[in-house]
Design a protein around this ligand. Structure first.
Ligand code: PMP
Length: 452
């Protein structure tokens, strides 16, 4: 791959305009220094100085098909030449084809698709459907979760980004999901963790009043809050509990869906079928904003004669849908989901476990497909996290140092709290994955130095 020659002046102009006028998400505006990006291809992007970065973040775990996939770029261009926009009330080819391809791949009988512009809107509409379908109000989610930044989605979110947004909205209940490595139930193994987490959920429902609970929403594999892979039997157990009490089971696959775990949907790893499934990101690798909800026939039937009271001007936008069609077709034609599975099983899993043999700051390696986290610790015996929960500034220095060292070596990291998330595109090659692992091997000596 040849990247354009450095053009520092152009980069500085981009940066100056950004600093003057762009208000960035999740940031103290005066304290950030965004990299000016000039272009991208495959697993790489580059800046205006001629520095190239191997993208182990997939841009917020989004570019599953890699950057600038030629078939997806061409599909967007063709659609733009044909029809750029049309209101959601019309039937158009790119939208109906995207819905068909998504419905064909989602688990079980989820065969109607409501389109949104992204993940949070998908979550908002899924819980709207669940509330109207059941006539109940409460929605339950786990503390270790992220579901988006709009009103209900941020209230459902368990991680600290919720705090500054509170008092939030009414009708949200949090509970603990399974996390065997730091068990909220003091379990000694995964089987016990599964059993206790299910008992805890059922008891929480009993105390909330089952007749008041519309939905339980879970990330199939928890993403931003730690790449927590559920123990065998957990999702099937939640499915059973939801069925027992007439509660809608929503799986949030905004991050885990479309190949990330080495299956089209993470739920396929356990053969579980939710009532509603939210998706975004990987559906078209984020080339044009798109998300949605896949809906079971029973819930779709609720809105057969009665109007669904929700909608978005850009729902099922033709450019977004055309890019989803091209993405899904390219993923199928090029074996990209299979690649994610193979890279996970043959390269990332063994490679990260090998690093754990040599680096005492790695407490746990967990994940599947191209969806992994290193849970970094100060002390392997006590499992004390390398930095305190939600650490900022000096308290977070060990993680900030680690991220900076990766960038200096041309690896773009995804770091969250005490974790290093390894989330390259599903298209990542064996050689690229090994290059990233080699950089990690070097930089983890920095976090090792903080262990006791
Ligand atoms: N749900 C999950 C599981 C997510 O990871 C995210 C985004 N990281 C969202 C919802 C929200 O998606 P968006 O940022 O597109 O609104």
């Amino acid at each position: 791959m040849s990247i354009p020659t450095a053009d520092s002046a152009a980069g500085q102009a981009v940066k100056a305009a950004d600093r003057a006028h762009v208000f960035h998400s999740w940031s103290a505006q005066a304290l950030i220094d965004p990299l000016a990006v000039a272009g991208a291809e495959g697993s790489y992007f580059w800046d205006y100085e001629g520095n190239r970065y191997l993208d182990f973040s997939s841009q917020l775990v989004n570019t599953n098909i890699g950057h600038q996939h030629p078939k997806v770029v061409a599909a967007i261009q063709e659609q733009a030449a044909k029809l750029c926009t049309i209101a959601p009330g019309f039937a158009v080819e790119s939208r109906s084809e995207a819905a068909r391809l998504i419905a064909e791949r989602t688990p079980g009988d989820l065969d109607k698709i409501f389109f949104t512009n992204g993940g949070a809107e998908a979550v908002e509409n899924a819980i709207r459907m669940a509330r109207l379908h059941t006539g109940r109000q409460k929605v339950m989610s786990t503390y270790r979760s992220y579901h988006g930044a709009t009103a209900n989605a941020i209230a459902l979110t368990g991680d600290p980004r919720r705090w500054a947004n509170e008092t939030g909205v009414s009708g949200i209940v949090h509970f603990w999901g399974p996390y065997a490595y730091r068990s909220p139930f003091h379990s000694e193994n995964e089987a016990q963790e599964c059993e206790r987490a299910l008992a805890h959920l059922e008891e929480t429902i009993a105390f909330e009043g089952p007749h008041t609970v519309a939905a339980v929403i879970l990330e199939t594999v928890v993403g931003t809050a730690g790449i927590l892979v559920p123990p065998a039997g957990y999702l099937a157990g939640v499915r059973e509990i939801c069925d027992r009490y007439g509660i809608v089971f929503i799986l949030d696959e905004v991050m885990a869906g479309f190949g990330r775990t080495g299956e089209w949907f993470a739920a396929d790893n356990w053969g579980v079928v939710p009532d509603l499934l939210t998706f975004a990101k990987g559906v078209n690798s984020g080339y044009v904003p798109l998300g949605g909800v896949a809906i079971s026939p029973a819930i779709a039937a609720t809105f057969a004669e009665r109007p669904f009271p929700g909608g978005l001007t850009y729902s099922g936008h033709p450019l977004a849908c055309a890019s989803a069609v091209a993405t899904i077709n390219a993923m199928a034609e090029e074996g990209i989901v299979e690649n994610a599975k193979r890279i996970g099983e043959d390269v990332l899993g063994p490679g990260l476990r090998d690093l754990a043999e040599r680096h005492p700051s790695i407490g746990e390696v967990r994940g599947l497909g191209v969806f992994w986290a290193l849970d970094l610790v100060k002390n392997r015996e006590t499992r004390e996290p390398l930095v305190p929960y939600n650490a900022a500034g000096a308290a977070n220095a060990p993680m900030a140092e680690l991220a900076a060292a990766c960038k200096q070596r041309g690896l773009w990291p995804f770091v969250n709290m005490n974790r290093f998330h390894v989330v390259p595109p599903c298209t990542v090659t064996e050689e690229e994955a090994k290059t990233g692992l080699a950089v990690l091997d070097e930089v983890l000596s920095l976090t090792d130095a903080h262990t006791v």
